[in-house]
Design a binder for this molecule. Structure first.
Ligand SMILES: *Cc1c(COP(=O)(O)O)cnc(C)c1O
Length: 396
Protein backbone atom coordinates (compact mmCIF):
# COMPACT_ATOMS: atom_id res chain seq x y z
CA UNK A 1 0.00 0.00 0.00
CA UNK A 2 2.75 2.46 -0.88
CA UNK A 3 0.61 4.26 -3.45
CA UNK A 4 -0.49 6.98 -3.88
CA UNK A 5 2.64 9.14 -3.58
CA UNK A 6 2.69 12.21 -1.34
CA UNK A 7 0.93 14.28 -4.03
CA UNK A 8 -1.84 11.75 -4.38
CA UNK A 9 -0.69 10.10 -7.63
CA UNK A 10 -1.01 6.48 -8.67
CA UNK A 11 1.55 6.61 -11.49
CA UNK A 12 0.17 9.25 -13.84
CA UNK A 13 -3.36 9.19 -12.37
CA UNK A 14 -4.97 10.90 -9.41
CA UNK A 15 -3.84 14.23 -7.96
CA UNK A 16 -5.87 17.25 -6.96
CA UNK A 17 -7.33 19.21 -9.86
CA UNK A 18 -9.47 21.64 -7.90
CA UNK A 19 -9.90 25.40 -7.65
CA UNK A 20 -8.01 27.30 -4.95
CA UNK A 21 -11.18 27.47 -2.80
CA UNK A 22 -11.27 23.67 -2.47
CA UNK A 23 -7.54 23.32 -1.69
CA UNK A 24 -7.91 24.49 1.92
CA UNK A 25 -10.66 22.00 2.69
CA UNK A 26 -8.67 19.17 1.08
CA UNK A 27 -5.52 20.10 3.03
CA UNK A 28 -7.43 19.95 6.31
CA UNK A 29 -8.89 16.56 5.39
CA UNK A 30 -5.51 15.25 4.28
CA UNK A 31 -3.91 16.21 7.59
CA UNK A 32 -6.74 14.74 9.65
CA UNK A 33 -6.77 11.47 7.72
CA UNK A 34 -2.97 11.09 7.89
CA UNK A 35 -3.24 11.35 11.68
CA UNK A 36 -6.18 8.96 11.92
CA UNK A 37 -4.51 6.50 9.56
CA UNK A 38 -1.48 6.27 11.84
CA UNK A 39 -3.62 5.91 14.99
CA UNK A 40 -4.35 2.30 15.91
CA UNK A 41 -7.25 3.35 18.17
CA UNK A 42 -9.01 4.82 15.11
CA UNK A 43 -8.83 1.45 13.32
CA UNK A 44 -9.85 -0.39 16.45
CA UNK A 45 -13.03 1.66 16.66
CA UNK A 46 -13.63 1.19 12.91
CA UNK A 47 -13.25 -2.58 13.18
CA UNK A 48 -15.41 -2.80 16.26
CA UNK A 49 -18.26 -0.93 14.52
CA UNK A 50 -17.78 -3.05 11.40
CA UNK A 51 -18.34 -6.05 13.63
CA UNK A 52 -21.13 -4.83 15.92
CA UNK A 53 -23.05 -2.54 13.57
CA UNK A 54 -22.38 -3.82 10.04
CA UNK A 55 -22.25 -7.51 10.96
CA UNK A 56 -18.74 -8.16 9.63
CA UNK A 57 -16.95 -10.30 8.71
CA UNK A 58 -19.23 -11.11 5.78
CA UNK A 59 -19.08 -14.80 4.74
CA UNK A 60 -16.94 -16.20 1.95
CA UNK A 61 -19.52 -18.60 0.58
CA UNK A 62 -18.66 -21.58 -1.65
CA UNK A 63 -21.30 -21.47 -4.39
CA UNK A 64 -21.49 -25.24 -4.83
CA UNK A 65 -24.67 -25.39 -6.90
CA UNK A 66 -23.44 -22.71 -9.29
CA UNK A 67 -20.03 -24.39 -9.50
CA UNK A 68 -21.63 -27.78 -10.23
CA UNK A 69 -23.92 -26.32 -12.84
CA UNK A 70 -21.05 -24.65 -14.70
CA UNK A 71 -18.78 -27.68 -14.34
CA UNK A 72 -15.52 -25.75 -14.09
CA UNK A 73 -13.63 -23.61 -11.59
CA UNK A 74 -14.76 -23.43 -7.95
CA UNK A 75 -16.68 -20.18 -7.36
CA UNK A 76 -16.69 -18.46 -3.96
CA UNK A 77 -18.84 -15.42 -3.22
CA UNK A 78 -17.70 -12.65 -0.86
CA UNK A 79 -21.07 -11.79 0.63
CA UNK A 80 -21.09 -7.98 0.87
CA UNK A 81 -24.82 -8.30 0.17
CA UNK A 82 -25.09 -9.43 3.79
CA UNK A 83 -23.46 -6.26 5.18
CA UNK A 84 -25.92 -3.97 7.00
CA UNK A 85 -27.95 -1.87 4.50
CA UNK A 86 -27.26 -4.49 1.82
CA UNK A 87 -24.02 -3.47 0.14
CA UNK A 88 -20.35 -2.62 0.63
CA UNK A 89 -21.01 1.14 0.67
CA UNK A 90 -21.59 1.13 4.44
CA UNK A 91 -17.88 0.29 5.07
CA UNK A 92 -16.74 3.59 3.60
CA UNK A 93 -19.60 5.62 5.08
CA UNK A 94 -18.72 4.31 8.53
CA UNK A 95 -15.01 5.08 8.13
CA UNK A 96 -15.61 8.62 6.94
CA UNK A 97 -18.29 9.15 9.61
CA UNK A 98 -15.73 8.27 12.27
CA UNK A 99 -13.23 10.61 10.68
CA UNK A 100 -15.77 13.45 10.58
CA UNK A 101 -16.47 12.95 14.29
CA UNK A 102 -12.75 12.98 15.01
CA UNK A 103 -12.45 16.26 13.07
CA UNK A 104 -15.24 17.77 15.14
CA UNK A 105 -17.57 18.15 12.14
CA UNK A 106 -21.28 18.17 12.95
CA UNK A 107 -22.64 18.12 9.42
CA UNK A 108 -22.21 15.71 6.49
CA UNK A 109 -22.86 16.39 2.82
CA UNK A 110 -22.90 13.55 0.33
CA UNK A 111 -23.79 12.93 -3.30
CA UNK A 112 -25.88 10.03 -4.47
CA UNK A 113 -26.90 8.60 -7.82
CA UNK A 114 -29.41 5.81 -7.37
CA UNK A 115 -29.46 6.44 -3.63
CA UNK A 116 -27.36 3.55 -2.33
CA UNK A 117 -24.54 5.76 -1.08
CA UNK A 118 -27.05 8.32 0.18
CA UNK A 119 -28.74 5.65 2.29
CA UNK A 120 -25.39 4.43 3.68
CA UNK A 121 -24.36 8.00 4.55
CA UNK A 122 -27.75 8.78 6.13
CA UNK A 123 -27.55 5.56 8.16
CA UNK A 124 -24.16 6.44 9.60
CA UNK A 125 -25.26 10.03 10.31
CA UNK A 126 -28.28 8.76 12.24
CA UNK A 127 -26.04 6.45 14.23
CA UNK A 128 -23.45 9.18 14.96
CA UNK A 129 -26.01 11.95 15.43
CA UNK A 130 -24.66 14.07 12.57
CA UNK A 131 -26.73 16.42 10.41
CA UNK A 132 -26.99 14.94 6.92
CA UNK A 133 -27.60 16.65 3.57
CA UNK A 134 -27.76 14.50 0.44
CA UNK A 135 -27.46 15.99 -3.05
CA UNK A 136 -29.33 14.00 -5.63
CA UNK A 137 -30.18 14.77 -9.26
CA UNK A 138 -33.84 15.60 -9.85
CA UNK A 139 -34.03 12.87 -12.47
CA UNK A 140 -32.70 10.29 -9.97
CA UNK A 141 -35.12 11.51 -7.28
CA UNK A 142 -38.02 10.58 -9.57
CA UNK A 143 -36.49 7.21 -10.52
CA UNK A 144 -35.56 6.19 -6.96
CA UNK A 145 -38.47 7.34 -4.82
CA UNK A 146 -38.14 4.57 -2.24
CA UNK A 147 -34.48 5.36 -1.52
CA UNK A 148 -35.40 9.04 -1.13
CA UNK A 149 -37.99 8.01 1.45
CA UNK A 150 -35.44 5.82 3.24
CA UNK A 151 -32.97 8.70 3.50
CA UNK A 152 -35.68 10.98 4.89
CA UNK A 153 -36.75 8.34 7.41
CA UNK A 154 -33.15 8.21 8.58
CA UNK A 155 -33.29 11.95 9.22
CA UNK A 156 -31.45 13.22 6.13
CA UNK A 157 -32.40 16.21 4.02
CA UNK A 158 -32.48 15.42 0.30
CA UNK A 159 -31.61 18.38 -1.95
CA UNK A 160 -32.67 18.05 -5.61
CA UNK A 161 -30.03 19.08 -8.15
CA UNK A 162 -31.46 20.64 -11.30
CA UNK A 163 -28.29 21.42 -13.29
CA UNK A 164 -27.23 19.61 -16.48
CA UNK A 165 -28.43 16.04 -16.87
CA UNK A 166 -29.80 16.20 -13.27
CA UNK A 167 -27.96 13.02 -12.25
CA UNK A 168 -24.90 11.90 -10.27
CA UNK A 169 -22.30 14.01 -12.07
CA UNK A 170 -24.05 17.25 -11.12
CA UNK A 171 -24.87 15.98 -7.61
CA UNK A 172 -21.14 15.56 -6.90
CA UNK A 173 -20.37 19.11 -8.08
CA UNK A 174 -23.17 20.49 -5.92
CA UNK A 175 -22.01 18.59 -2.82
CA UNK A 176 -18.46 19.95 -3.29
CA UNK A 177 -19.87 23.50 -3.55
CA UNK A 178 -21.75 23.07 -0.25
CA UNK A 179 -18.68 21.54 1.43
CA UNK A 180 -16.39 24.39 0.47
CA UNK A 181 -18.94 26.99 1.61
CA UNK A 182 -19.54 25.29 4.98
CA UNK A 183 -16.22 23.57 5.56
CA UNK A 184 -15.90 24.81 9.15
CA UNK A 185 -18.54 22.36 10.41
CA UNK A 186 -19.01 20.09 7.36
CA UNK A 187 -17.39 16.94 5.97
CA UNK A 188 -17.96 15.79 2.40
CA UNK A 189 -18.59 12.04 2.47
CA UNK A 190 -17.69 10.91 -1.06
CA UNK A 191 -18.99 7.46 -1.99
CA UNK A 192 -16.33 5.85 -4.19
CA UNK A 193 -12.59 5.85 -4.93
CA UNK A 194 -12.94 8.92 -7.15
CA UNK A 195 -12.46 12.67 -6.61
CA UNK A 196 -9.31 14.50 -5.55
CA UNK A 197 -6.63 13.16 -3.19
CA UNK A 198 -7.02 11.96 -0.42
CA UNK A 199 -10.43 10.45 -1.33
CA UNK A 200 -9.26 7.60 -3.61
CA UNK A 201 -6.77 6.48 -0.95
CA UNK A 202 -9.10 6.97 2.01
CA UNK A 203 -12.10 5.18 0.47
CA UNK A 204 -9.79 2.33 -0.63
CA UNK A 205 -8.41 1.98 2.89
CA UNK A 206 -11.92 1.67 4.36
CA UNK A 207 -13.09 -0.76 1.68
CA UNK A 208 -9.97 -2.91 1.88
CA UNK A 209 -11.54 -4.63 4.89
CA UNK A 210 -13.30 -6.73 2.20
CA UNK A 211 -10.00 -8.02 0.81
CA UNK A 212 -8.37 -8.45 4.22
CA UNK A 213 -11.23 -10.67 5.35
CA UNK A 214 -11.16 -12.59 2.06
CA UNK A 215 -7.47 -13.32 2.51
CA UNK A 216 -7.97 -14.63 6.06
CA UNK A 217 -10.98 -16.71 5.02
CA UNK A 218 -9.12 -18.23 2.06
CA UNK A 219 -6.17 -19.20 4.25
CA UNK A 220 -8.46 -20.68 6.90
CA UNK A 221 -10.58 -22.66 4.42
CA UNK A 222 -8.09 -23.59 1.68
CA UNK A 223 -4.67 -22.82 3.16
CA UNK A 224 -3.94 -20.78 0.08
CA UNK A 225 -4.86 -17.64 -1.83
CA UNK A 226 -7.42 -17.62 -4.64
CA UNK A 227 -6.33 -17.88 -8.27
CA UNK A 228 -8.73 -15.22 -9.42
CA UNK A 229 -10.65 -12.28 -7.95
CA UNK A 230 -13.45 -10.73 -9.96
CA UNK A 231 -15.43 -7.59 -9.09
CA UNK A 232 -17.66 -5.09 -10.88
CA UNK A 233 -16.36 -1.56 -11.44
CA UNK A 234 -18.44 1.61 -11.28
CA UNK A 235 -16.33 4.22 -9.51
CA UNK A 236 -14.25 1.25 -8.43
CA UNK A 237 -14.57 1.05 -4.63
CA UNK A 238 -15.77 -2.53 -4.11
CA UNK A 239 -13.22 -3.75 -6.66
CA UNK A 240 -10.27 -1.88 -5.14
CA UNK A 241 -11.48 -2.97 -1.69
CA UNK A 242 -11.16 -6.64 -2.53
CA UNK A 243 -8.11 -6.26 -4.86
CA UNK A 244 -6.01 -4.07 -2.60
CA UNK A 245 -4.66 -6.62 -0.07
CA UNK A 246 -3.75 -8.95 -2.99
CA UNK A 247 -1.90 -6.51 -5.24
CA UNK A 248 1.51 -7.72 -4.01
CA UNK A 249 0.44 -11.37 -4.43
CA UNK A 250 1.29 -11.43 -8.11
CA UNK A 251 -0.15 -14.90 -8.73
CA UNK A 252 -3.66 -13.80 -7.84
CA UNK A 253 -5.31 -12.60 -11.05
CA UNK A 254 -7.47 -9.51 -10.65
CA UNK A 255 -10.30 -8.75 -13.07
CA UNK A 256 -12.68 -5.78 -13.05
CA UNK A 257 -15.95 -5.92 -14.98
CA UNK A 258 -17.42 -2.69 -16.36
CA UNK A 259 -20.89 -2.06 -17.76
CA UNK A 260 -21.21 -2.45 -21.52
CA UNK A 261 -24.85 -1.33 -21.28
CA UNK A 262 -26.62 -1.83 -24.62
CA UNK A 263 -23.26 -2.63 -26.24
CA UNK A 264 -19.94 -0.80 -26.65
CA UNK A 265 -20.69 0.09 -30.26
CA UNK A 266 -23.91 1.83 -29.28
CA UNK A 267 -22.13 4.46 -27.12
CA UNK A 268 -24.66 3.54 -24.44
CA UNK A 269 -22.40 2.08 -21.80
CA UNK A 270 -20.23 3.05 -18.84
CA UNK A 271 -16.97 1.25 -19.67
CA UNK A 272 -14.51 4.01 -18.74
CA UNK A 273 -11.39 1.83 -18.46
CA UNK A 274 -12.09 -0.22 -21.57
CA UNK A 275 -13.30 2.62 -23.80
CA UNK A 276 -12.21 5.86 -22.14
CA UNK A 277 -9.22 8.18 -22.52
CA UNK A 278 -7.23 10.08 -19.91
CA UNK A 279 -8.97 13.19 -18.68
CA UNK A 280 -9.90 15.15 -15.57
CA UNK A 281 -13.26 14.96 -13.79
CA UNK A 282 -14.29 15.89 -10.25
CA UNK A 283 -10.74 16.84 -9.30
CA UNK A 284 -8.88 13.72 -10.39
CA UNK A 285 -7.03 12.54 -13.50
CA UNK A 286 -8.17 9.15 -14.71
CA UNK A 287 -9.81 7.24 -17.52
CA UNK A 288 -12.84 9.17 -18.66
CA UNK A 289 -15.49 8.62 -21.30
CA UNK A 290 -15.32 11.63 -23.61
CA UNK A 291 -16.21 12.48 -27.19
CA UNK A 292 -13.68 13.69 -29.80
CA UNK A 293 -13.95 17.24 -28.40
CA UNK A 294 -13.15 16.13 -24.86
CA UNK A 295 -16.77 16.60 -23.74
CA UNK A 296 -17.84 14.10 -21.08
CA UNK A 297 -20.09 11.48 -22.66
CA UNK A 298 -23.46 10.57 -21.24
CA UNK A 299 -23.38 7.03 -19.90
CA UNK A 300 -25.89 4.26 -19.55
CA UNK A 301 -26.17 0.97 -17.68
CA UNK A 302 -29.07 -1.07 -16.36
CA UNK A 303 -27.13 -1.10 -13.05
CA UNK A 304 -27.51 2.34 -11.45
CA UNK A 305 -24.27 1.99 -9.45
CA UNK A 306 -22.16 1.45 -12.57
CA UNK A 307 -23.52 4.47 -14.42
CA UNK A 308 -20.57 6.92 -14.02
CA UNK A 309 -18.38 8.29 -16.86
CA UNK A 310 -15.05 7.84 -15.05
CA UNK A 311 -13.28 5.51 -12.64
CA UNK A 312 -10.93 5.73 -9.67
CA UNK A 313 -7.33 6.65 -10.57
CA UNK A 314 -5.81 3.56 -8.96
CA UNK A 315 -7.66 1.38 -11.48
CA UNK A 316 -6.06 3.39 -14.29
CA UNK A 317 -2.70 2.57 -12.77
CA UNK A 318 -3.53 -1.13 -12.32
CA UNK A 319 -4.71 -1.32 -15.92
CA UNK A 320 -1.64 0.36 -17.45
CA UNK A 321 0.76 -1.69 -15.32
CA UNK A 322 -1.03 -4.87 -16.34
CA UNK A 323 -1.61 -5.88 -12.70
CA UNK A 324 -5.38 -5.97 -13.23
CA UNK A 325 -7.43 -6.68 -16.33
CA UNK A 326 -10.68 -4.95 -17.20
CA UNK A 327 -13.48 -6.43 -19.27
CA UNK A 328 -17.18 -5.71 -19.81
CA UNK A 329 -20.61 -7.31 -19.58
CA UNK A 330 -23.78 -6.00 -21.23
CA UNK A 331 -27.19 -5.37 -19.66
CA UNK A 332 -28.59 -8.62 -21.02
CA UNK A 333 -25.58 -10.62 -19.83
CA UNK A 334 -25.97 -9.12 -16.35
CA UNK A 335 -29.67 -10.04 -16.38
CA UNK A 336 -28.79 -13.59 -17.37
CA UNK A 337 -26.39 -13.86 -14.41
CA UNK A 338 -28.97 -12.23 -12.12
CA UNK A 339 -31.41 -15.04 -12.91
CA UNK A 340 -28.75 -17.73 -12.84
CA UNK A 341 -27.55 -16.89 -9.31
CA UNK A 342 -31.12 -16.47 -8.05
CA UNK A 343 -32.14 -19.90 -9.34
CA UNK A 344 -29.00 -21.89 -8.52
CA UNK A 345 -28.08 -20.47 -5.11
CA UNK A 346 -31.19 -18.65 -3.89
CA UNK A 347 -29.20 -15.44 -3.79
CA UNK A 348 -30.66 -12.44 -5.62
CA UNK A 349 -27.67 -10.24 -6.44
CA UNK A 350 -27.66 -6.52 -7.17
CA UNK A 351 -27.40 -5.73 -10.89
CA UNK A 352 -23.90 -4.31 -10.40
CA UNK A 353 -22.23 -7.53 -9.18
CA UNK A 354 -24.39 -9.51 -11.65
CA UNK A 355 -21.93 -8.12 -14.25
CA UNK A 356 -19.06 -9.75 -12.34
CA UNK A 357 -20.99 -13.00 -11.92
CA UNK A 358 -21.63 -13.18 -15.66
CA UNK A 359 -17.95 -12.86 -16.45
CA UNK A 360 -16.90 -15.28 -13.71
CA UNK A 361 -19.43 -17.89 -14.85
CA UNK A 362 -18.21 -17.68 -18.42
CA UNK A 363 -14.56 -17.96 -17.36
CA UNK A 364 -15.26 -20.79 -14.90
CA UNK A 365 -16.46 -23.15 -17.63
CA UNK A 366 -12.99 -23.02 -19.21
CA UNK A 367 -11.08 -23.80 -16.00
CA UNK A 368 -10.56 -26.90 -13.81
CA UNK A 369 -12.23 -27.36 -10.38
CA UNK A 370 -8.91 -26.76 -8.56
CA UNK A 371 -9.04 -23.17 -9.77
CA UNK A 372 -10.44 -21.03 -6.96
CA UNK A 373 -12.32 -17.97 -8.07
CA UNK A 374 -13.64 -15.30 -5.68
CA UNK A 375 -16.42 -13.00 -6.90
CA UNK A 376 -17.19 -9.91 -4.87
CA UNK A 377 -20.98 -9.93 -4.43
CA UNK A 378 -21.08 -6.19 -3.68
CA UNK A 379 -24.79 -5.92 -2.88
CA UNK A 380 -28.19 -7.57 -2.76
CA UNK A 381 -30.79 -7.25 -5.47
CA UNK A 382 -33.86 -6.05 -3.61
CA UNK A 383 -33.28 -2.51 -4.83
CA UNK A 384 -33.32 -3.69 -8.45
CA UNK A 385 -36.46 -5.83 -8.56
CA UNK A 386 -38.53 -3.20 -10.41
CA UNK A 387 -35.83 -2.62 -13.01
CA UNK A 388 -35.37 -6.36 -13.60
CA UNK A 389 -39.11 -7.00 -13.76
CA UNK A 390 -39.46 -4.28 -16.41
CA UNK A 391 -36.50 -5.57 -18.40
CA UNK A 392 -37.71 -9.17 -18.38
CA UNK A 393 -41.17 -8.06 -19.52
CA UNK A 394 -39.63 -6.26 -22.48
CA UNK A 395 -37.43 -9.22 -23.43
CA UNK A 396 -40.13 -11.88 -23.38
C1 LIG B 1 -22.59 1.63 -5.82
C2 LIG B 1 -22.47 0.18 -6.06
C3 LIG B 1 -21.48 -0.35 -6.92
C4 LIG B 1 -20.54 0.50 -7.72
O1 LIG B 1 -19.64 1.29 -6.99
P1 LIG B 1 -18.11 0.92 -6.84
O2 LIG B 1 -17.52 2.15 -6.24
O3 LIG B 1 -17.57 0.66 -8.22
O4 LIG B 1 -18.02 -0.25 -5.98
C5 LIG B 1 -21.38 -1.72 -7.05
N1 LIG B 1 -22.24 -2.55 -6.40
C6 LIG B 1 -23.21 -2.08 -5.59
C7 LIG B 1 -24.10 -3.06 -4.92
C8 LIG B 1 -23.36 -0.70 -5.39
O5 LIG B 1 -24.34 -0.25 -4.59
Amino acid sequence: MSLPDARGYFGRYGGKFVPETVMGALAELERAYAEARADSSFWKEFESLCHDYVGRPTPLYPAQQLTAKLGGATILLKREDLAFTGAHKINNALGQGLLAKRMGKKRIVAETGAGQHGVAAATVCAQFNLECVIYMGEEDIHRQASNVFRMKLLGAEVHPVTAGSRTLKEAISEAIRDWVTNVKNTHFLLGSVVGPHPYPMMVRDFQSIIGQETKKQMLAKFQRLPDWIIACVGGGSNAIGIFSPFIEDKRVKLTGVEAAGRGLKMSQHAASLVEGRVGVIHGTKSYLLQDEHGQIMSTYSIAPGLDYPAVGPEHGYLKDSGRATYVTATDSQALEAFELLSKTEGIIPALEPAHAIYYAAKLATQLPPQTLMVVNLSGRGDKDLDIVWQALQENR
